[in-house]
Unconditional design. Structure first.
Length: 380
């Protein structure tokens, strides 16, 4: 069983024999209680599969769930576990958002919980910057972690710049004496300190870019005092540095936990995303690109004409999307299958973007709405 599940794995799984059994389990850290609930969910899954797909043997699915029936039910700070099994292949995925105990038997891999979790948390890095030191934190799946900088990192101004002799202004600086740092000559101490700050910020900028931003290709959020924010952004060459998500304050991890700081950053990310979606939606509405009719949406999805799909996270519509793009509701399995899940997977398969969101975060009151590609004719 793979230990990571994403939309690419779902697309791969969709090519394997179904139907697919999905169990989501809240992880509380109380092993006995979690295991009891998991056993109950497994029994429910077996019963539903027997009723909805009598030609399938539960024995083909059970190996996907067996390791968790007796093994560990925790993974770091995960708050939930999702296991998806087909007749021949399975995956599991640790959720870092609150989840409810559920069992689903579906025609297609049940991607809606995964898509919803992806919207809740994005990965990014944080640079805590002072004029004489810096720290880096990484946020992955909503979990913040302070990076342990290596010994050769320019963690402090002194480490980065060391002992220097300036030609401009005829002043000198030396450090490492018992009496501290000494300055001599006719140069301005203020100008020297400003130059040190600029040089240090440039060293930090290059180090963070080369060792974190560029390799990981993740956004970088800056936490720094207002003046330091302005100076660092002026000198920075890091294209991953985010402009509109930031904390304009001197970093102080002694007074506020890392989780509290990143929670405030996450709130900014969330507001930014809501505003961006609303603007994107309004543009599509003005251009007459929105589609809400399910029949038309299914047809356009099959033709690869849907670029964006917005879906409420608790929405359900009975039905199954067959290989020809037709909506089927005649079988027992199709009547309890969520048509929205099939549409979401089909849009992803054809390169579209799917957002599964709480009602408050949607740019519309509709439970589902799509944006068709501009210039594409609407089938009649």
């Amino acid at each position: 069983m793979a230990n990571h599940f994403d939309i690419h794995a779902a697309l791969s799984l969709a090519q394997r024999p179904g139907p697919f059994v999905t169990i989501t389990l809240p992880v509380t850290g109380q092993l006995a209680a979690d295991r009891t609930q998991f056993q109950s969910l497994m029994q429910t899954a077996k019963q539903r599969l027997t009723i909805l797909a009598p030609n399938r043997d539960w024995g083909a699915y059970q190996p996907a769930f067996a390791p968790f029936a007796h093994g560990s039910l925790t993974h770091g700070n995960a708050r939930g576990l999702l296991i998806m099994a087909g007749a021949t292949t399975s995956f599991h995925y640790w959720l870092h958002t609150p989840t409810q105990p559920t069992v689903a038997v579906t025609y297609q891999p049940n991607v809606l919980p995964i898509l919803a979790a992806r919207q809740a948390h994005g990965d990014y890095d944080v640079l805590f910057l002072k004029r004489t030191s810096f720290q880096v934190a990484r946020v992955r799946s909503g979990q913040p972690e302070l990076v342990d900088l290596p010994a050769d990192a320019p963690a402090t101004l002194e480490t980065a710049l060391g002992t220097e002799t300036r030609e401009r202004g005829r002043w000198q600086r030396s450090n490492g004496t018992d009496q501290g740092t000494h300055y001599s000559g006719t140069g301005s101490l203020d100008r020297m300190q400003a130059a040190d700050t600029r040089n240090y910020f440039q060293v930090v900028d290059r180090y963070v870019l080369d060792n974190y931003s560029q390799p990981g290709q993740r956004p970088l959020v800056l936490v720094a005092a207002p003046q330091d924010q302005g100076n660092f952004r002026q000198w920075s060459r890091n294209r991953f540095l985010v402009a509109d998500v930031t904390l304009n304050e001197r970093p102080n991890l002694a007074n506020e936990t890392l989780a509290q700081i990143t929670a405030r950053i996450d709130a900014q990310w969330h507001q930014r995303a809501v505003e961006s979606r609303r603007g994107h939606y309004d543009q599509a509405r003005s251009a007459n690109q929105l589609v809400t009719d399910l029949g038309l949406l299914a047809t356009l999805t099959g033709q690869g004409q849907i670029s964006d799909l917005w879906l409420r996270d608790d929405a359900f519509q009975a039905g199954h999307l067959d290989s020809q793009g037709n909506i089927v509701t005649l079988t027992a399995l199709s009547r309890q299958n969520n048509l929205y899940n099939d549409l979401a997977l089909a849009v992803c398969r054809r390169g579209g973007t799917v957002r599964v969101l709480p009602a408050a975060d949607l740019p519309t009151d509709q439970v589902i709405v799509a944006k068709r590609l501009q210039g594409m004719p609407i089938p009649v």
